[in-house]
Design a protein around this ligand. Sequence first.
Ligand code: FES
Length: 140
Amino acid sequence: MAVKILKRSFFQRMLGIPATGMPLKPGCWVFSGKEITIDLDKAPELAAPGGALRLEGAGLPVRVLVVRGEGDAFHAFRNRCTHLGRRRLDPVPGTATVQCCSVNTSTFTLEGKSIHGPGKNPLTVYPVEKKGNSLVVKIG
Ligand code: FES
């Protein structure tokens, strides 16, 4: 699989600033038990393929990135590169990959497999279930 590098400035890569910002509507998700429930009506970031939602804080024990793949396929990852810097990830538009925001650009398939860069171990992938217009991500 050919690897495409997401266009970011050297400064952004040095500081590890991801392209994916925090949710436009912070109330679009809740965490309860070991499940994250996302209201897709309040998450425009996931309205189209290639979109992503970055979830952190609010009692969540790990950072999570949810990515919309082709069609109605959604993928969720622990938002932590497997290289030493443990930086955050971004989807790479037009590819079925996510990529570390650091200078080393470790890249992974949507199944979490490493395909480029020093982050050789697979990502932690969480199951996602679509229920009506909500997504349920199980991180337990
Ligand atoms: S932390 Fe991701 S490539 Fe270094």
